[in-house]
Design a protein around this ligand. Structure first.
Ligand code: NAP
Length: 270
């Protein structure tokens, strides 16, 4: 299915985005890699092969340059089949602790940039192509001390669902992948991350990448992972009261998992 296909992936220099890029190239496709740090993009392109990967160093909050991106990818590869909006930002802590600019950056990176890029890319996507947006379980059940992040991911889910209906008639699929915790660098300082984040089993970046491609292949509106966590979050969304009752037990479990993860990571470093 990926043979000869062209993908544009934001946040492609590490974690989930890099795993998507690797999977596309392994399947015979080519990728346009977007992230801010050029050196990391160059390293990723070296690994993937210069004829299979092109780099676009760019901050997705630069909306004017972002809008031009699909046309630049078309110039380079001649076609576009898949857009993966994956670049993300989180500032963890009470909302009032952050400046308006910091909170706005979370919304711009996770939501506005994805909206702008989807709008710019959609007219260029080949028939049968797709836009897959990487949201989060936090977009289903908001996480304490992640107000702007949870709001941005809830917004991204809503946007994607509406766009799904609008583009279906044009043969373009729009889907969402909503992961629970994933073993990447995204948590930064683990000690600061809320315990609730770790109450669910952790996925690997490769598992999320597989879900991104399955979302396109099977034309799924949304894939939450792990599966059971997705069901639990749907229940929590329908009944916030039930979530309030379950939350202390989930936080205790999350605290245990978080301690184990910190130990595993420091053992890996040693
Ligand atoms: N890890 C998790 O537990 C988890 C759970 C649910 C959802 N997610 C979502 O998954 C997505 C990917 O996260 P990850 O876990 O793979 O994190 P990661 O390993 O930290 O990768 C983030 C990627 O995004 C790029 N990026 C960040 N800000 C950017 C910007 N303004 N413009 C362009 N590129 C930018 C980073 O490169 P530069 O820094 O060089 O720009 C990097 O390539 C995010 O949307 C996140 O919200 C993650």
């Amino acid at each position: 299915m990926l043979e000869g296909k062209i993908a544009l992936v934001t946040g492609a220099s590490s974690g989930i985005g890099l795993a998507v890029a690797r999977a596309v190239v392994a399947g015979g496709g080519k990728v346009a890699l977007v992230a801010r740090t050029e050196a990391n993009l160059r390293e990723a392109a070296r690994e993937l092969g210069p004829e299979r990967a092109a780099i676009y160093p760019l901050d997705v909050t630069d909306l004017a340059r972002l809008e031009e991106l699909p046309a630049r990818v078309l110039e380079r590869f001649g076609a576009l089949d898949l857009l993966v909006n994956n670049a993300g930002l989180n500032h963890r802590g009470p909302a009032l602790q952050f400046t308006p600019r910091q909170l706005g950056d979370v919304i711009t990176t996770n939501l506005t940039a994805a909206v702008v890029l989807a709008r710019a890319a959609a007219p260029h996507l080949r028939q049968g192509g797709a836009i897959v947006n990487v949201a989060s379980l936090a977009g289903m059940v908001p996480v304490p001390h992640e107000a702007a992040y949870s709001a941005s991911k809830a917004g991204l889910r809503a946007f994607s669902r509406v766009l799904h209906g609008e583009l279906r008639a044009r043969g373009i699929h729009v889907g969402i992948v909503s992961p629970g915790p994933v073993d990447t660098n995204f948590f930064g300082d683990l000690a600061k991350a809320p315990a609730l984040n770790f109450s669910q089993p952790m996925s690997t970046a490769e598992q999320v990448a597989e879900a991104v491609l399955r979302c396109w292949r099977e034309r799924r509106v949304e894939i939450a992972l792990p599966w059971f966590s997705g069901k639990l979050c749907t229940l929590g969304y329908v009944s916030p009261r039930l979530m309030r009752v379950l939350r202390p037990a989930l936080e205790r479990r999350g605290e245990r998992n978080k301690r184990a993860l910190i130990e595993r990571r420091s053992a890996r470093k040693a």
